[in-house]
Design a protein around this ligand. Structure first.
Ligand code: 26W
Length: 811
């Protein structure tokens, strides 16, 4: 690792201010200063990156290409300085120049190029792949607008555009000379040669230019540096005023607009598919540019594509980049002139697929007409893949058309992306033990019986350097002291060393003091930002994640209303003070999710204004939940709400962030909670609710939520109250009706809140009893941190490297 002194960094920063902004330190604004720092770090990383690329080239190393429509990177200045090992020096240099380092870090906009779990996972994995010295590249779109900013106005979500590039582009290096051309529309003309081979020609298409804007990714304690390649879209046709013939001028303007809209905005849908043609354009644009770029470099190095699958693995993050399959086929067939079988052999040894959801409404099924007109050559190839697969299926299943139709790639005028992945990918993995089992037993059962060895599990993980060490410096210091140094940062299992201290009173008190201090810090931040004053003597009970019915924020609400009722019935009862914090963005078109946000805000207004609740019960909705807010909140959290209907949450990764920061989990046996429970035992987690199997059998035998409503007086009272509404006179009968009555094809209480209500209430009671025994609580908290090592992304990436990618990793 190169070392920099304070004086050297200072000089580099001043140099950037002079050369890039024509400023002296005295008249540099914080924005100038931020950019200057970013440019200095970028230079250091670029130098490292060139060495890495040379090594990979010379060693002819096998490379990983991680394709994802989302990378939720968050902020980079502090992170990059941390990974480069110059964070403290940079802070000193900044202070020396008269700037507050922490204020400067705060002005950086989040790179919000993702919705939630899937996008943040991709960001954590880039960090680990780089730290583990894997030659890897991430690919995505350089969205001009990231995930929307959320404002709460009159209790309701309002979306605002997130224009992050003003400052955020300090990290991006445009590479004009590596521009690729992507073709849309037009038609295919066949040309048969005298050997009877067809040479399809694509005519009448529209070209969009894909321009790389590369973001360097530094690894921790290594000079290995990878790249996140973000494609920007531009039209090749300049709008030329000299095209005075009106038709041509308008055509040029139209074409420019059509091209540039592709990279305009991230689709804000999470776990919900909508067959929008612009989204399909985004997918093909990014996939085509990526494959062409990989192929171009490979050809330059090896002069042939015959060894392509030996040198590259393409990992696709959910089905969103599935068009890599036909796109790579297209290049091998049409550009290289390979036979179908040769091309198919290469493709099916290159691409691997990760599934991130079992929700039926999230499955991508593109109308064939859309693909046919937008991507005529890709459509031909898809038809051929689908036909061959279907013949294979018919043979394998002896004409059992029920199975064949379920597994078909093209059916009823739709192209099913997951089935295409199953057909063409050499590995398919789920993201937690339970989720991977559900894929095999249920979602992809028939495919599993055909090729059981194709199916794998890689349990998700998080970047523990960011999500523990960087955001919770006091806990980091304690872990270092107790485990004998900072080895845990590259060997996350070493956190287990903390467990030796589970009966050490002094250490347990330190745990408590750290949490208290973090709560105060968060509270003062929130008071500054929003004026909301948190009761730091109350337990911080937190549910932050995208808003979705299956995640059951509404169950949390039902329980809070029940607590409120208890207090109102008996204002002098013994009551452990509780502060409930929510943070959640709703997809702009997801009406029910938006109503739930409004309900939380109505409830919050009601409870926070009621003198009975003073210093006892508080409900706060945190506006605009995002990576940089999570970084402040996790260290301050005490109870982590992971309460999805069992079988629905593929893994969860927020659950891991809480655990690593010493929060205890109240949760169902869903996603990675199952592995958490396995590590922790019943005694260190608050489990409740139906298991995934119980959910399935209760649904099969007939679930009647009305029975719970009529049999549980507390629950009935809560539901009736919410229906009627609170002081703001907003009725939520619409939401409560969904729990009691089926409507429009969706069953009553599809996510089984009522079935789990009582068990959830009891789990809360157990949590509060434990909280009253503070030493026991602190011990559980310590055990949670100590056993969180398996949830480090480094462990996940080692699993991918060993079981799927077949690439070596640093020791
Ligand atoms: C096409 C619309 C759309 C957009 C995003 C469909 C599906 C998605 C994602 C796959 C949803 C998602 O983020 N899934 C989450 O992935 C995380 C990382 O594996 C898991 O931890 C979460 O449980 C899962 O919900």
């Amino acid at each position: 690792m190169a070392e920099y002194t304070k004086a050297q960094l200072t000089e580099l920063i001043i140099g950037k201010l002079h050369r890039n902004f024509g400023r002296d330190v005295e008249d540099a604004t914080p924005n100038h200063m931020f950019k200057a720092c970013a440019l200095v770090l970028r230079d250091i990383m670029s130098g490292h990156q060139m060495n890495t690329s040379n090594q990979v080239w010379e060693g002819q190393e096998r490379q990983v290409h991680y394709l994802s429509l989302e990378f939720l990177m968050g902020r980079s200045l502090e992170k990059n300085a941390y990974n480069l090992g110059i964070l403290d020096t940079l802070k000193e240099a900044l202070e020396g120049l008269g700037f507050s380092a922490s204020d400067l870090f705060e002005i950086e906009p989040d790179a919000g190029l993702g919705n939630g779990g899937l996008g943040r996972l991709a960001a954590c994995y880039l960090d680990s792949m780089t730290t583990l010295e894997i030659p890897a590249t991430g690919y995505s779109i350089c969205y001009e607008l990231g995930i929307f900013k959320q404002k709460i106005v009159d209790g309701k979500q309002v979306e605002q555009a997130d224009n992050w590039l003003g400052l955020g582009d300090a990290w991006l290096i445009p590479k004009m000379d590596e521009t690729e051309e992507v073709r849309f529309g037009g038609k295919i003309v066949d040309h048969w040669d005298d050997k009877g081979h067809n040479h399809p020609e694509h005519v009448g298409y529209t070209t969009v230019l894909a321009i790389p804007r590369d973001m360097e990714i530094a690894g921790y304690k290594t000079n290995h540096t990878n790249v996140l390649r973000l494609w920007d879209a531009k039209s090749p046709v300049p709008v030329d005023m000299s095209l005075y013939s009106r038709g041509e001028y308008l055509k040029a303007v139209e074409q420019q607009a059509m091209a540039e809209v592709i990279a305009k905005v991230l689709y804000p849908d999470d776990n919900h598919y909508e067959g929008k043609s612009l989204r399909l354009k985004q997918q093909y644009f990014f996939v085509s540019a990526t494959v062409q770029s990989i192929v171009r470099k490979h050809r330059a190095q090896y002069g042939t594509l015959r060894n392509f699958h030996q040198k590259h693995v393409i990992q696709i993050n959910d089905t969103h980049p599935t068009l890599v399959i036909p796109e790579l086929m297209r290049i091998l067939l049409d550009v290289e002139g390979y036979s179908w079988d040769e091309a198919w052999n290469i493709v099916t040894h290159t691409v691997a697929y990760t599934n991130h959801t079992v929700l039926a409404e999230a499955l991508e099924r593109w109308p064939q007409g859309l693909i046919e007109t937008l991507l005529p050559r890709i459509w031909q190839i898809l038809k051929e893949i689908a036909a061959r697969y279907q013949r294979q299926l018919e043979q394998h299943f002896g004409g059992d058309m029920n199975k064949v139709s379920k597994m078909a790639i093209i059916w009823n005028g739709e192209v099913r992306m997951a089935n295409l992945c199953i057909c063409a990918c050499y590995a398919v993995n789920g993201v937690s033990a339970l989720h991977s089992e559900i894929l095999k037993k249920d979602v992809f059962h028939d495919a599993y019986t055909m090729h059981p060895e194709q199916f794998k599990n890689v349990t998700n993980g998080i970047d523990h350097r960011r999500w523990l060490s960087q955001i919770n410096p006091k806990l980091d210091a304690l872990v270092r002291e107790c485990t004998g140094g900072d080895d845990y940062l590259i060997h996350p299992d070493a956190i287990l060393g903390l467990e030796k201290y589970k009966n050490d009173k002094a250490v347990l008190e330190r745990m408590e003091a750290i949490k208290k201090e973090n709560k105060r810090r968060f509270a003062s931040y929130l008071a500054r930002e929003s004026g909301v004053v948190l009761n730091t003597d109350a337990i911080f009970d937190v549910q932050v994640k995208r808003l979705h019915e299956y995640k059951r924020q509404l169950l949390n609400v039902l329980h809070i209303v029940h607590l409120y009722n208890q207090l109102r019935d008996n204002p002098n009862m013994e009551f452990t003070p509780q502060t409930f914090l929510f943070g959640a963005k709703a997809a702009p078109g997801y009406h029910v999710a938006k109503r739930i946000i409004q309900l939380i805000n109505s409830l919050s207004a009601q409870i926070n204004a009621d003198p009975i609740c003073k210093d006892k019960l508080q409900v706060v909705f945190l506006e605009n939940y995002r990576v940089s807010l999570a970084e402040k909140l996790m260290p301050a959290s005490e109870l982590s709400e992971q309460i999805s209907t069992a079988g629905k949450e593929a893994s969860g990764t927020g659950n891991m962030k809480f655990m690593m920061n010493g929060a205890l989990t109240i949760g169902t046996l869903d996603g990675a909670n199952v592995e958490m429970h396995q590590k922790l035992g019943d005694e260190n987690i608050f489990l409740f609710g139906l298991t995934a199997d119980q959910v399935t059998s209760l649904k099969a035998s007939g679930y009647h939520p009305q029975d719970y409503y009529h049999q549980n007086g507390d629950l009935k009272r809560v539901i009736d109250q919410i229906s009627a509404g609170f002081a703001d006179k907003e009725s939520y009968a619409d939401l409560m009706d969904r729990l009691l009555r089926s409507a429009g094809g969706s069953p009553a209480d599809d996510y089984m809140l009522l079935a789990d209500f009582d068990s959830y209430r009891q789990a809360h009671c157990r949590a509060l009893e434990t909280y009253a025994d503070r030493q026991r609580w602190n011990q559980m908290s310590l055990i949670n941190v100590a056993r969180s090592g398996i949830f480090a992304a480094d462990r996940s990436i080692r699993d991918y490297a060993r079981d799927i990618w077949h690439v070596p990793t640093r020791e």
